[in-house]
Design a binder for this molecule. Sequence first.
Ligand code: SF4
Ligand code: SF4
Length: 100
Amino acid sequence: MVEKVEKRAIVGWRNLALGCAILEAGSSTQLLTGTWRLQHPVIDQQLCNRCGLCYIYCPDMAIIKTPAGAYEHDLNYCKGCGICAEECPKKAITMVEEEE
Ligand code: SF4
Ligand code: SF4
């Protein structure tokens, strides 16, 4: 699933338009916006009850529901805000610091 998204991400944040202007409607999936993240979420699938709250709360649509019904993070778009970890009722998401 992530591999599919990587093909859509063609512009890194350093190459955004001046003023972060949106020059083309519906172009957000082409922007690789997860690279300034300081930490990333990791889901413990054993604890996850598949309630979908992380998917609903993520402000960047960086959580994907797989055909099997599991939830996974798409780190190409995750900003590391930690909202999903904060809202998960099962405490199944842990925020882990990025390595240099
Ligand atoms: S909020 Fe937590 S329990 Fe619910 S789907 Fe997301 S990771 Fe699983
Ligand atoms: S850390 Fe923030 S941006 Fe990343 S998946 Fe969770 S809610 Fe979305």
